[in-house]
Design a protein around this ligand. Structure first.
Ligand SMILES: *Cc1c(COP(=O)(O)O)cnc(C)c1O
Length: 390
């Protein structure tokens, strides 16, 4: 097919997607909703408890903890809120630097900024699309020094207090390589597992590797609570502190309003948790559907001369939250034409997020070299990924 004119190559690409999705409009990711959700929501409304107190919140937290095989889950109003609280419980202070990938959703960097800290951007690797542990080590050796118990950026003088790897599109970061590097430096980890519910690395669930992991249940994630998020941890004192901070730091009392520090109104309302409980009943099946969907895309794009599907990294299981097509390097100039053509045709294809270090609020911040991030941003195309398609 090497000699096909470009317009035919793009048509061929769209045709292959249509072979999988069928006709009509297809958003990037829509939730599966039905009778179960209606049942749970009716029960919640009949109970009279729709706000921040109620049994569905507790049930949702317990079921999620059991699925993740971790000690405690604290449900919150969004993944961003959960990230913010996670960073605070890990002791991130104003003026710190926090290592995060540039190739992530803006929420990761926003949460750092909410703490008064500074994102310090690092690169990813092709194998996982997540943090490149080896490149991180090289970068730290170039810019960081140990001062007592702390790691300091020798250029900025700021403390580097945390690393937040993100499991891109549900593909697991190589957590064992990353642990080797951060352990040596004494830098703790908070996992941004917002996209990775149900993914695992070496048979351990994503979100349970660091002291703290964070999930999102926004409408476009693997399961949804409308809007919502959660913090998962094996450390009960962190869970308690997260619960306290996210419920306005109010002390338990039968009637009095005593708040012992500045807290946040970040708790998940009961009505959202009811939706979450319903969605959890579908989780296993959704994960199977999403894997089936990957298999179909993978099959149909075999023999495409534009590129190939990104498949799960070794030693891991992906939840295949988003299905990602990677253009061959010499075809990266097809990206915008494909996006334009498909979006006009009702297929909501999306590129990678603009690398955060290129965005106005995050320009001129400390960062590593970004060869893979920049390359991926030119070549990644996310395809319609709803579990309902397969
Ligand atoms: C979705 C997402 C979040 C959290 O998003 P919310 O909309 O606040 O729930 C955080 N990080 C990443 C990488 C995400 O994809």
């Amino acid at each position: 097919m090497g000699g096909l004119p470009r317009v035919n190559e793009v048509s061929d690409f769209v045709g292959r997607i249509r072979d999988v999705t069928g006709p009509g409009a297809h958003p990037l990711h829509e939730p599966v909703l039905g009778e179960v959700e209606i049942d749970f929501l009716s029960k919640c409304i009949r109970s009279g408890f729709v706000s921040s107190v109620g049994e569905f919140v507790t049930t949702f937290e317990e079921q999620l903890a059991s699925f993740l095989e971790c000690n405690a889950v604290v449900a919150m109003s969004s993944g961003t809120a959960a990230l913010h609280i996670a960073l605070l419980t890990m002791g991130v202070r104003p003026g710190d630097e926090v290592l995060i990938p540039s190739a992530t959703f803006v929420a990761t960097a926003n949460a750092v900024a909410y703490c008064g800290a500074v994102p310090h951007f690092i690169d990813i690797e092709w194998e996982t699309l997540g943090v490149d542990a080896h490149a991180l080590d090289t970068h730290l050796n170039a810019v960081a020094v140990r001062k007592g118990d702390e790691v300091v950026n020798r250029n900025s003088g700021r403390r580097i207090s945390l690393c937040v790897p993100m499991h891109t599109f549900g593909h697991a970061v190589n957590m064992s390589a990353l642990h080797d590097v951060v352990r040596e430096w004494g830098i703790p980890i908070v996992e941004d597992a917002a996209e990775a519910l149900g993914s695992s690395f070496q048979n351990r669930k994503c979100g349970t590797f660091g002291l703290v992991g964070v999930f999102s249940f926004n409408g476009n994630k693997t399961i949804t609570t409308g809007g919502g998020g959660a913090l998962a941890t094996n450390d009960r004192s962190i869970a308690e502190r997260a619960r306290h901070l996210s419920t306005t730091a109010k002390l338990k009392h039968r009637w009095d309003f005593i708040h012992d520090e500045i807290g946040f109104n970040y708790r998940m309302p009961n009505v959202n948790a009811a939706l979450g409980c319903a969605q959890l009943t579908r989780l296993k099946e959704s994960l199977q559907s999403k894997r089936r969907l990957f298999d179909r895309y993978d099959e149909i794009f075999k023999g495409s001369n534009l590129g190939a599907m990104f498949s799960e990294p070794p030693d891991s299981q992906s939840n295949y939250w988003l299905q990602t097509f990677i253009l061959h390097r010499e075809k990266s100039n097809y990206r915008d034409e494909i996006l334009d053509r498909c979006n006009s045709d009702g297929l909501a294809l999306r590129p990678l997020w603009a690398p955060l270090h290129t965005l106005r609020p995050f320009k001129n911040l400390p960062r590593a070299e970004m060869p893979v991030t920049m390359d991926l941003s030119l070549r990644a195309i996310n395809l319609p990924s709803s579990a309902g398609i397969a």
